[in-house]
Design a protein around this ligand. Structure first.
Ligand SMILES: N[C@@H](CCC(=O)N[C@@H](CS)C(=O)NCC(=O)O)C(=O)O
Length: 80
């Protein structure tokens, strides 16, 4: 199974919701701090709408565009 990666910045509540669910589910993940490159090409290549969190694998990142209230539910469902 590919390594799980959460892209974001440490002060983001949305990012920390995803990290909280992963920790609760005992899912190992790597955190990539995008704070220095927010809004730049490196970030926009992962999420063209200039947002975080971005949740995925090294080969297949996918953006989170759900309403904030759905973030933890969808993350939890995706992990089973
Ligand atoms: N609906 C999105 C909202 C994500 C969001 O607004 N993230 C903020 C950080 S907390 C962001 O990316 N802000 C970047 C900006 O406004 O430039 C979700 O639930 O994931």
């Amino acid at each position: 199974m590919s390594e799980t990666i959460v892209y974001g910045f440490p002060r983001s509540t949305f990012v920390n919701i995803v990290r909280l669910v992963l920790t609760h589910k005992d899912v190992a993940y790597r955190f990539e701090d995008l704070e220095p490159v927010m809004g730049r090409s490196e970030h926009l290549a992962l999420h063209p709408f200039n947002r975080v969190p971005i949740f995925g694998t090294a080969t297949s990142p996918f953006m989170r565009r759900a309403p904030s209230s759905a973030t933890s539910t969808r993350c939890s469902r995706a992990l089973g």
